[in-house]
Design a protein. Structure first.
Length: 131
């Protein structure tokens, strides 16, 4: 089972932009809604939701599990999401972008204690997907 803090590598952020004709202004602030999964606030150690502000589930079980220090500390804030809840799951968020603008996407990911993290990608590459 896997734990996610801040943003998931499995997050499918849909970026819609065309090839730039000229350099666009650099956006400021975060375009990601609820990036550290702090809403809604849960009282116990975990809770399942059909959706949360900014995010929709991508797995077949159709839920998002928010954890509150259930498997260690979150990288940012007090809550994180569990990617492998009642099924193999992920989350997605559609983000509006500006053609020609530059964006940076950062996230924190941790394997559940007692499990191993494996990164899949081309040999010798740091790019790929976590599985």
């Amino acid at each position: 089972m896997k734990k996610l803090s801040l943003l998931s590598l499995l997050v499918a952020v849909l970026v819609v932009c065309a090839a730039p004709a000229a350099q666009a202004a650099v956006p400021s602030g975060s375009l990601i809604v609820n990036g550290s999964f702090e809403a809604p606030v849960i009282a116990g150690s975990f809770q399942l939701f059909s959706s949360i502000p900014g995010w929709q589930p991508t797995g077949s079980c159709g839920n998002i599990e928010i954890d509150r220090n259930a498997f260690g500390r979150s990288a940012d804030g007090n809550q994180s999401i569990e990617l492998n809840t009642t099924c193999v799951n992920g989350v997605s968020q559609v983000v509006a972008t500006t053609p020609g603008a530059s964006y940076s996407l950062a996230f924190a990911f941790a394997a559940r204690p007692g499990t191993r993290l494996r990164v899949a990608g081309p040999p010798g590459s740091s790019r790929g997907a976590l599985d």
